[in-house]
Design a binder for this molecule. Structure first.
Ligand code: AMP
Ligand code: ZN
Length: 115
């Protein structure tokens, strides 16, 4: 499914240009436009899947794929040894801006404690 109003669907479809630093046809990765760490990459399923709470099988598969490929992307980015944080924001209290499931890879500095 594609949501024509969704920014990540537009990037997925190529309607908004972005350099895909990883792409396997199921998920792709781009650098975050407003990075919160020296390395900040988003891993995004092509499929428009909104919230983890949908518990939709397509979402579970897409989310799993994001986690599956994140270590290889981190290795390619050169941060596998120094470490990284994987974040998936869900809902208003998390500050989620884009309601299309995605995984953040944050790295390149000591990220401090969560919260
Ligand atoms: P979230 O708050 O988890 O929904 O994260 C959405 C992220 O998408 C934010 O960190 C934004 O900086 C990022 N973002 C929004 N638009 C773009 C874009 N066109 N290209 C790259 N990153 C974007
Ligand atoms: Zn979307």
């Amino acid at each position: 499914m594609v949501d024509p109003n969704c920014i990540f669907c537009k990037i997925a479809q190529g309607d908004i240009p972005a350099e895909k630093i990883y792409d396997d046809g199921t998920v792709f990765a781009i650098r975050d436009i407003n990075p919160k760490a020296p390395t900040h990459v988003l891993v995004i399923p092509y499929e428009h899947v909104e919230a983890l709470s949908d518990a939709d099988p397509a979402l579970v598969a897409a989310a799993a794929r994001c986690f599956e490929v994140a270590p290889a992307i981190a290795r390619d980015l050169g941060v596998a040894e120094t470490g990284y944080r994987l974040v998936a924001n869900q809902g208003p209290d998390s500050g989620q801006e884009v309601p299309h499931f995605h995984l953040h890879i944050l790295a390149g500095r000591r990220l401090g404690s969560m919260g």
